[in-house]
Design a protein around this ligand. Structure first.
Ligand SMILES: Cc1ncc(COP(=O)(O)O)c(C=O)c1O
Length: 434
């Protein structure tokens, strides 16, 4: 029996990405602790996707909760234009210390622009890249290079650099600015092709934007650190800014603290979100090198406003969200997240790889705390798996042609086995019937 608030509210909710399958209504959640969600009817589900891979430390971590209580009692929010507060300033300094390049002079990311969602962090990155070249006297560099299967959010700028063909944003294909979408190079030949494309368009291009190592919403596709390093090098050699969207990959999800670290590269602009606040409040950040920030200083022909970045969300650097993020960074520092991800990776490989042999399974791949089973399956059959996972006591949300898990990094071995066991059973049942 669903609670009254659920029955009364359901006809008024517009759910994200629509409701699939149509007969599977959202599940009423009344609590969450560790890696478990409690439903209104008392059932518990192990969360295998960590609230869209944001709840890196699990739910209700006492350190984050007490930081939030303390902040709530002093300053939940204050506007960020012309005013300052400790949580944001401390967080900005800490982020510049731990992101690729660190405080190495002239190399690292020194400036942080806070916003309230990953999509907006990507928008801000794009605006910074465009205006950087405008301020540098190169207004023709006003296009982006993006990758097939990429995803950077649902707002217009972000949609324009997400894969135009991957379906999600197809309805808007005539409403977004066209950029240069390229495949990820996989061999010497395709690298040569990429080089030629970049040579041809560099004069028109502000930046290349990509998700390093793992393309998430585009189907959880992986590429190597060598490929990432090579693409970055091609950009550096051609005056193309490199935007790393680490909204999903940041904070150990792929194994290293940031995916860029595995390739040893420092992007010009970096986007963070999701695990940044430990999955409790909306917060995202766009970081840049000092040389980029400097291009926005001084007076333009029309006065100082002309060179400045015209962006400033109402809830920019919300103090509660920044307090959660500072507490989240404490946990990334003091708890063994890297080791936990290593253990998750080993376990996912051990418990999922056998599915490779099942009929209809196209691929099984694992990277850090990401486990993916790719199927040759019609979408309705894939969506039908969602309630089957609930019946197994786990929360997973297959999409496109994949069943995947991105659990909280704090998941226990036993809980993870429950998740992988459910993946085994549900996929095999489909595979045998297919
Ligand atoms: C790589 C990447 N960029 C951007 C976004 C958009 O973030 P948000 O949903 O917070 O707007 C996502 C969300 O999944 C993402 O995975």
């Amino acid at each position: 029996m669903s609670p009254a608030w659920y029955i009364d509210g359901l006809p008024h909710i517009w759910p994200p990405y629509g409701n699939f399958p149509a007969d599977f209504d959202p599940l009423p959640v009344v609590g969450a602790e560790g890696c478990r969600l409690t439903l209104a009817d008392g059932r518990e589900l192990i969360d295998g996707i960590a609230s869209w891979w944001s709840a890196a430390h699990g739910y209700q971590h006492p350190h984050i909760i007490s930081a939030l209580h303390a902040q709530l009692d002093t300053l939940p929010h204050v506007m960020f234009a012309g005013l300052a507060h400790e949580q944001a300033y401390t967080l900005a300094k800490r982020l510049t210390a731990i992101t690729p390049g660190g405080w190495e002079k002239g190399k690292g990311l020194t400036r942080v622009f806070f916003s309230d969602s990953g999509s907006v962090a990507a928008e801000v990155a794009m605006k910074i890249a465009l205006q950087y070249w405008l301020n540098m006297g190169k207004p023709k560099k006003d296009r982006f290079i993006c990758l097939n299967d990429g995803y950077h959010g649902d707002t217009f700028g972000a949609m324009s650099v997400s894969d135009p063909a991957n379906g999600l944003h197809r309805a808007f294909r005539n409403n977004v600015i066209k950029h240069f979408a390229i495949p990820i190079p996989t061999d010497e030949y395709s690298f040569e092709e990429l080089k030629e494309t970049l040579d041809a368009v560099a004069g028109q291009v502000a930046a290349l934007i990509m998700e390093p190592l793992v393309q998430g919403a585009g189907g959880m596709k992986f590429h190597s650190a060598d490929t990432l390093g090579a693409i970055h090098r091609l950009c550096v050699e051609r005056e193309i800014l490199f935007i790393a969207d680490e909204i999903a990959t940041g904070f150990y999800r792929t194994g290293s603290r940031f995916a860029c670290d595995e390739a040893g590269i420092v992007p010009d602009i970096l986007c963070l979100g999701k695990g940044l606040s430990g999955g409790v409040l909306p917060l995202a950040a766009t970081l840049t090198k000092e040389s980029i920030y400097e291009a926005f200083l001084g007076e333009g022909e029309g006065g100082p406003r002309e060179r400045a970045l015209a962006h400033g969300p109402t809830y920019m650097a919300n103090a509660l969200a920044c307090a959660a993020a500072n507490a989240s960074l404490d946990l990334f520092q003091r708890e063994p997240r890297r080791d936990q991800v290593e253990a998750i990776e080993v376990q996912l490989l051990a418990e999922l790889t056998s599915l490779k042999a099942a009929p209809g399974v196209k691929d099984v791949r694992v990277k850090g705390a990401i486990g993916v089973v790719q199927l040759d399956i019609p979408r309705p059959q894939l969506y039908a798996m969602r309630p089957q996972f609930v019946a197994e006591g786990v929360w997973l949300r297959p999409f496109a042609d994949i069943v995947y898990t991105t659990p909280p990094l704090t998941i226990t071995a036993e809980e993870l086995s429950t998740v992988t066991g459910a993946m085994q059973r549900v996929v095999r049942a489909w595979s045998e019937g297919a």
